[in-house]
Design a protein around this ligand. Sequence first.
Ligand code: TYM
Length: 338
Amino acid sequence: MRIVSGIQPTGNLHLGNYLGAIRNWVKMQDDVAAQGGDSLYFLADLHAISMPHDPATLSANTREMVAALVACGVDPDRSILFNQTQVPQHAELQWLLNGTARMGWLNRMTQWKDKAGKNREGASVALFTYPVLQAADVLLYQATHVPVGEDQKQHLELARDIAQKFNNDFASEEAPIFTLPEPIIPPEAARIMSLRDGSSKMSKSDPSDMARINLTDDADTIMQKVKKAKTDPEPLPSDKEGLEGRAEARNLVGIYAVMAGTTVEAVLSDFGGEGFGKFKPALGELLVEKLAPINARFVELRGDRDALDAILRKGSEKARALAVPTLEKAYQALGLVR
Ligand code: TYM
């Protein structure tokens, strides 16, 4: 079993990232270690340059993201924690896979359509080939499982298509070059929505900071954001069906359930009939209680730039060693003389 997953260091780690992916990273690092497998978690800094960005902010965010991941429980001794940039094999394999990926496949990617918007001619080439780099990220390590939120499912399916076509075209059935990775998507927190709009996902790129809970927010900020979260005027229903068509209410109840380690039904049996005036402070307090230790650890770690750089350096060294054999096989299969 080999787990691989990544996150873009483009801003703060938020509750959507945590509940959709990072919580699973932490859980799986223990399961995998017990089975003698590996878990590799990386900062997708090469992906981060597919959109306009400020270089100094990217460097600062990269280090902050390492601190945040460690604060969440990613253990650099048990998992391999690194950044793409320090493992050049990611970019090399992407180029090789560019020969296999089809324009039509990339044209269908919803993230490409959303992020390029109407201005496709003005979008970067990197934004278009982004999913090929993502395929390289996981295929390079023969990943068996990839813990992600729902929004990454389509990219993972593309990675499987690329692997399958490459294997078909350049390898024998008995000795495929790439493993087909399985996505691991949490059933209850696959898509955490914005606090300002229940129809769009919580996202680092939302211009309003009020739309998300950052794992680095202090207690007052969390209470304030929950209090201001968009809701409807009705009291909470007493069963799950009553949340139909109430996207904001469903999102908040869902967050409560996952954070409390219980079910939506149980939350509604406690709060059914109550208004948001009672539910929101309870949710805020729960978030503060659960996120406070992460926040405290983050504050402790974020200032030690040398220690954070050392984590990435060591992790990258381990990742490179695992990456080289597969990359060499791919070069060879394509007939490229080394
Ligand atoms: P990124 O940086 O946008 O998000 C990191 C992880 O958080 C999950 N996530 C969410 N889950 C639930 N609700 C939300 N509102 C929410 N927002 C984000 C994402 O699904 C993801 O798992 N392209 C990727 C990074 C990447 C990657 C990879 C992932 C690059 N290479 C290889 C897996 C494997 C991205 O931009 O994730």
